[in-house]
Design a binder for this molecule. Structure first.
Ligand SMILES: Nc1ncnc2c1ncn2[C@@H]1O[C@H](COP(=O)(O)OP(=O)(O)OP(=O)(O)O)[C@@H](O)[C@H]1O
Ligand SMILES: [Mg+2]
Ligand SMILES: [Zn+2]
Length: 329
């Protein structure tokens, strides 16, 4: 679960809000009920004070056992009277208790089991939702899903290279689906190559959607934007740059539009170091580019290309620009 601090903070805030809301609503119900049924308030106070009375009995000495039994019976009688009183007045028996969204962790996000603390499923779910919201600010995540990816945009005619684009893209789609469904933090990487408008960004975001839904931390950056972040860090050295901390640590890094950044020694070396550090740590990266392997070698280095060749799976995108096809319909 490698999420940004912002995501953790947002998820924690959401749970706190749930907890406070449940508490406040319970307080309001309590006030209203005690106004209608003063006996209910007496009973609740009585139940709450039996613990104190029990402690006094122990300190006071005397026949402690007998006194404790009497207090316990009195407590149980009051509890039962309160339940009956509430029920006969049309309330649920637990109406005075806060109604937490998650009963398991009482909206704290953590559960204790056998003396150990675990992250509750509801916090995992909330983290994934917050990560989606954050990613959605930089990419059209909700629009780019496997369901909205259609292979009938690709030609069913066999090309000069002997390949039928539609059949080929059906295989690419299938591979991306299985990649997302089986994603693990040590999964291999993908290199999506092909001309503009063929669905590279669409499919990488579809993978992001699914991987986030499965509870992993995903960072999506374009090559120009990540270079801009490295430049910013040069100017503001010493300040924390969360995105740059996250790109090396997140479960899945997606680098879009590799090759469209302004190229100089600075950008080339930072791109190389970033990809190389992910590969060395066996952390997956998905790269999309309009460049072919030869151009990648010219722009970066054959060191990078040979690393990519050995460690990531190449997916070629074929066909005609779908942006144009979509405009026509
Ligand atoms: N197979 C598809 N089915 C439905 N929509 C698609 C498909 N492929 C691409 N699109 C849509 O077409 C537009 C362009 O696709 P996308 O941005 O994924 O292309 P790309 O390969 O990343 O292009 P570029 O190299 O210019 O970045 C997007 O709006 C995308 O949602
Ligand atoms: Mg793209
Ligand atoms: Zn929970």
């Amino acid at each position: 679960m490698g999420y940004s601090t912002n995501v953790y903070k947002k998820a924690a805030d959401k749970l706190t809000l749930r907890r406070i809301t449940a508490q406040r609503e319970a307080d309001e119900r309590r006030k209203e009920i005690f106004r209608r049924l003063p006996r209910a308030e007496e009973l609740e106070k009585g139940i709450a004070s039996s613990g104190i009375k029990a402690a006094r009995a122990v300190i006071g000495g005397g026949n402690v056992k007998e006194e404790m039994e009497r207090l316990r019976d009195e407590n149980l009688r009051m509890q039962s009277e309160l339940r009956v009183l509430l029920r006969t007045n049309g309330y649920e028996e637990d109406v005075l208790e806060p109604r937490f969204v998650c009963k398991r962790c009482k909206d704290t996000g953590y559960v204790e089991e056998n003396g150990r603390t675990f992250v509750c499923a509801c916090l995992k779910q909330t983290l994934a939702e917050c990560a989606c919201e954050e990613l959605n600010r930089s990419a059209p995540l909700s629009l780019s899903t496997f369901e909205t990816f259609h292979t009938d945009y690709y030609s069913a005619q066999r090309g000069d290279n002997g390949i039928v684009p539609r059949e080929h893209m059906e295989k690419v789609l299938k591979r991306c689906r299985s990649y997302a469904a089986n994603f693990q933090p040590n999964a291999g990487g993908l290199l999506m190559c092909g001309a503009t408008g063929l669905g590279k960004t669409h499919l990488s975001l579809a993978i992001a959607n699914e991987v986030i839904r499965r509870g992993y931390g995903v960072i999506y950056v374009s090559a120009p934007s990540i270079i801009a972040q490295y430049e910013k860090r040069m100017r503001t050295w010493g300040e924390t740059n969360e995105l740059l901390d996250m790109v090396t640590d997140c479960d899945l890094l997606i680098i879009d539009d590799l090759g469209t950044e302004y190229k100089n020694q600075f950008s080339v070396s930072h791109i190389y170091n970033l990809i190389n550090s992910r590969l060395l740590a066996h952390k997956p990266v998905i790269i999309s580019t309009n460049l072919n392997m030869k151009e990648l070698e010219q722009h970066y280095s054959n060191r990078l290309v040979s690393r990519l060749n050995g460690e990531v799976e190449k997916l070629n995108f074929l066909g005609k620009d779908i942006r144009i096809a979509k405009k026509r319909f």
